[in-house]
Design a protein around this ligand. Structure first.
Ligand code: UD1
Ligand code: UDP
Length: 392
């Protein structure tokens, strides 16, 4: 029996790791499963743990308001050292590109515990974009003994770097999470009604969309965009809401104060005065997917949303200069618009007005997985023969 410890700390890692926790827990004859959260995020992490009914065995609870990268790195390093001294798993699994993942991988390396990297091999090859995530994932990739790559391209990136760990192409576990939530919403009509109620209480009434009204769903949080980049992005959003009074704009705001400051600078202190712009608190994963499904398009700088939205047939405009997810660019479902005010306005306008263009981007293509990633990862760690994920 193998003891597997999964370590994660932020919202997107939790969304992508919880289905894997549940897969390991299902296979009790093969694995002893330990979950350690760092608490790099607090409220936004706890929201996800609740939905997936995951109770951590360890919680480092490291989050401080306005933490910087050194705070997070040092607290995860020392916290994980103490956890590893208390229980020494056979393998530690970390996810993606956060500072939690990089520091936990480093802490495991110092204790000579093998590391498995979930979502391995994504690259922009630009250390400043996304910052610090590109470095985080490259460091983790150097350490990893097992690399679970979501796509053949991410496998290729690791081979080019001569990564020492074994590579398995599995698809992304976010698609496992997405399938689970979409199925739940489809099969349980009462749950959908409940989402309407929760969203209304959160500040957005989805029945506004019943007459064919369009919805632009927005998120943003990247560190490299803080400052001028964010001001420019938010100004473009204000331009758009003025230009299209009949379109609704919904922005579930990340809790990072650096995200909220420019919003207030551009929209003013009182965000409730706008008739077609709805600033709301971060949504639970279920509600967010429900709203994304109802949206016309998504304007975001998020990584995970670039993987989910194409599966729902929603065009994504990415407010970044680079992406480590070029598969969606090739499929034509995602487009980079950077942080330039005029470009954001013109690209959103084009999608809202040009039906042919909209239809060309609105394809339900999902290059990121088939919902079987967790099974493949567990099979590989159990030493079983497993199939390889191929993009259809
Ligand atoms: C982190 C990750 C980023 C990931 C993002 C997902 C790093 C360096 N950054 O960025 O890769 O894309 O999470 O959202 O690992 N806060 C709260 N409550 C929460 C979460 C955040 O109050 O539940 C506030 C706190 O003031 C905190 C701040 O947000 O100090 C920043 O959190 P942090 O995890 O350092 O950075 P993110 O921008 O969230
Ligand atoms: N998400 C959520 N609630 C929200 C906004 C996003 O549950 O209010 C989900 C979204 O579906 C995706 C993930 O959070 O799976 C993306 O997280 P984020 O953008 O914070 O991080 P990134 O993916 O950029 O690392």
């Amino acid at each position: 029996m193998k003891t597997v410890m999964l370590v994660f700390g932020t919202r997107p890692e939790a969304i992508k790791m919880c289905p894997l926790v549940n897969e390991f827990r299902k296979r009790q004859n093969e694995f002893k499963t330990i979950v350690c959260v760092t608490g790099q995020h607090r409220e936004m992490l706890d929201q996800v743990l609740k939905i997936f009914e995951v109770t951590p065995d360890f919680d480092l609870n490291i989050m401080k308001q306005g933490q910087d990268l050194t705070d997070v790195t040092s607290r995860v390093l020392t916290g994980m050292r103490d956890v590893f001294k208390e229980c020494k798993p056979d393998v530690v699994l970390v996810h993606g590109d956060t500072t939690t993942s990089m520091a936990a991988a480093m802490a495991a390396f110092y204790q000579q515990i093998p590391v498995g990297h979930i979502e391995a091999g994504l690259r922009t090859h630009n250390m400043l974009s996304p910052w610090p995530e590109e470095m985080n994932r490259q460091v983790t990739g150097r350490i990893a003994d097992y690399n679970f790559s979501p796509t053949p391209l991410s496998e290729h990136n690791l081979k080019e770097e001569k990564a020492h760990g074994k590579i398995f192409v599995t698809g992304n576990t976010v698609i496992d999470a997405l399938h689970m939530v979409v199925e739940k919403l489809k099969s349980d009509k009462a749950l959908a009604v409940e989402q309407n109620r929760i969203l209304k209480a959160a500040g957005y009434d989805v029945t506004r969309l019943s007459n064919g009204k369009k919805l632009v769903l927005i998120t943003g949080h990247r560190r490299e965009n803080f400052g001028d980049g964010f001001i420019s992005m938010v100004t473009a959003m204000k331009d758009l809401s003025g230009k299209y009074p009949d379109v609704d704009f919904v922005y579930p705001m990340h809790l990072n104060p650096n995200v909220r400051k420019p919003i207030h600078e551009v929209f003013g202190e009182d965000l409730t005065i706008y008739k077609n712009f709805f600033f709301i608190e971060p949504l639970q994963y279920l509600e967010f997917v429900y709203l994304m499904e109802k949206s016309t398009l998504v304007l975001t700088d998020s990584g995970g949303i670039q993987e989910e939205a194409p599966g729902l047939g929603k065009p994504v405009l990415v407010m970044r200069d680079t992406t480590e997810r070029p598969e969606a660019l090739s499929a034509g479902t995602v487009k980079l618009v950077g942080t330039d005010r005029d470009l954001i306005v013109s690209e959103v306008s084009r999608l809202l007005e040009d039906k042919e263009y909209y239809d060309s981007m609105s394809k339900a293509v999902n290059p990121y997985g088939d919902g079987q990633a967790c099974r493949r990862i567990a099979d590989a760690l159990a030493g079983k023969e497993t199939d390889r994920y191929e993009i259809k």
